[in-house]
Design a protein around this ligand. Structure first.
Ligand code: ATP
Ligand code: MG
Length: 461
């Protein structure tokens, strides 16, 4: 196993961003885990300044719904930022395409998001890239805002400045950002509104908030009631969203207005019967094939799967803790030699809750054969490598590349088929997964399997 610095080992890759990777690093003695965002300056010489700014803004912040910043490390050609590890993965992965999630759950996440954004704005910081891929979850399913790569200070000593930079992820970007300059707070609030739509309906309303875009034009002309996603939403949450997604930033709901809205104040809970009346869930089970649905680029997960994968349940390791790790300073010192920065052959991987996997009754070879046959029947082009990883390359309904993999993992004598997105839209990936899974029904194991399982597993040799 590769050692990063004395006593700290590499775990698996947690995600990939625009410039670099985020890896898990684990303390050998205590089992404590830290997320490490790293950028290779040889590949991205322009990224150094951005990374410095990200660290400068992030280090000022301390809030239960914001990923904690631990420290930073600079090497000649590498920059690292060390962060609290969010073991629950991205909020994005909890959104079921075209369905969303139960409204009590959406409300819980939304409240945590609003609380984090209120804190940020209270400290004069704009995030500017709020989206479900940048909202991470901890082991207790608490939302943690992350990725301060585009964040900026817009208020200092009580004086606010207008922002100029057109940035963010287009479907989440407020209309005024496209025509800049713009005020920071309403722009972040807008993104929260789009996130709420994604949580309640499992789709995004438009490609961009530009009146040229037909779905957005219909929205501002209030001709949307028969259209998706709006027709899936009940009147109370829709009422909130209508006030948040107001074109003119001056008339848009502020955080204080959101916090006093009826839907926000409603006591939705898991077994609350109100959920049936109020939420998006029961109303939107019908899959609308014609819907113009879209979600922006998602981050690929676990790209290191070409290697052998070993699995352990970190929670069961003695002394494992999500509080601030003790031997952190060792990570920040630049004097220690960096050992092999490549992913090791044996790497820790922790199962996060994901819906794109199932157990099968067949062995590895037969599973791969059946899967390839099914994919071909559905007109996919796929390739199988020598460890049985099946890679599918296709395009989505917007003609954007979509690449995903199916990995066979042996767990306690049973085969788990794990689908992972490598490139493209996450919701489109999940839609494809659902269709492929339907066709594999005869080989899918329907009994109960307790997982995540704390055993060492590896991919098919
Ligand atoms: P982009 O600019 O493409 O949004 P980025 O380079 O700024 O990405 P991040 O968004 O910070 O990178 O991280 C990329 C992904 O890595 C996240 O979407 C998430 O899946 C994973 N990740 C980042 N930080 C953590 C963390 N602290 N704990 C767990 N996973 C993380
Ligand atoms: Mg990001």
């Amino acid at each position: 196993m590769a050692e990063f610095v004395d006593g700290w080992f590499f775990g698996h890759t947690l995600g990939e961003g625009a410039y670099g990777e985020v890896k898990l690093v684990i303390n050998k003695t205590t089992g404590e885990a830290v997320a490490m965002k790293m950028i290779d300056l040889q590949k991205h010489p322009d990224a150094k300044q951005n990374m410095k700014k990200e660290a400068t803004v992030h280090r000022m912040l301390s809030n239960p719904n914001i990923i904690r910043y631990y420290g930073q490390r600079s090497e000649a050609t590498m920059e690292y930022i060390f962060l609290e590890y969010a073991s629950g993965g991205e909020l994005f992965d909890r959104i079921e395409p075209d369905i969303g999630m139960p409204s009590w759950e959406a409300q819980r996440y939304f409240k945590q998001l609003i609380s984090a954004v209120e804190y940020l704005h209270g400290h004069g910081v704009a995030h500017r890239d709020l989206k479900p891929e940048n909202l991470l979850l901890d082991d207790k399913d608490n939302l943690k805002v992350s990725d301060f790569g585009l964040a900026t200070v817009y208020r200092l000593q009580g004086r606010e400045r207008l922002l100029e930079k057109r940035c963010g992820t287009l479907p989440y970007v407020a209309p005024e950002v496209l025509v800049h300059p713009y005020r920071a707070e309403p722009a972040d609030v807008w993104s929260c509104g789009i996130i709420l739509v994604a949580l309640l309906a499992g789709e995004l309303p438009w490609d961009e908030a530009n009146p040229q875009c037909p779905e957005y034009a219909a929205w501002i002309e209030a001709k949307y009631m028969s259209l998706t996603p709006w027709k899936k939403l009940d009147t109370i949450p829709l009422g909130l969203i209508r006030n948040v997604l107001i074109h003119a930033p001056v008339s848009r709901f502020k955080i204080t207005d959101i916090k006093t809205h009826r839907w926000y104040l409603k006591n939705l809970c898991k077994d609350n019967s109100e959920d049936c009346i109020d939420g998006g869930r029961l109303k939107c089970l019908r899959y609308d094939e014609e819907a113009i649905t879209r979600l922006g680029l998602s981050q690929p997960e676990f790209p290191d799967t070409e290697n052998q994968v070993f699995q352990i349940n970190l929670d069961e390791r003695p002394g494992f803790s999500f509080s601030q790790p003790a031997a952190l300073e060792d990570l920040f010192l630049s004097t220690q030699p960096v050992q092999n920065t490549q992913t090791s052959q044996n790497t820790f991987q922790r199962l996060v809750k994901r819906m794109t996997r199932f157990f099968v009754k067949t062995d590895c070879e037969e599973t791969v054969r059946t899967l390839v046959k099914t994919l071909k029947e559905q007109n996919y082009t796929c390739r199988v490598n020598d460890v049985g990883i099946v890679t599918v390359s296709t395009v989505d309904r917007r003609k954007m590349p979509l690449v995903f993999k199916a990995i066979m993992v042996e767990m306690d004598g049973q085969i788990l088929v794990d689908f992972r997105l490598s490139k493209g839209c996450g919701l489109e990936f999940k839609r494809r997964f659902i269709r492929i899974k339907e066709r594999l029904d005869s080989v899918i194991f329907k009994g109960s399997v307790t997982w995540p399982i704390a055993v060492a597993t590896k991919t098919m040799p």
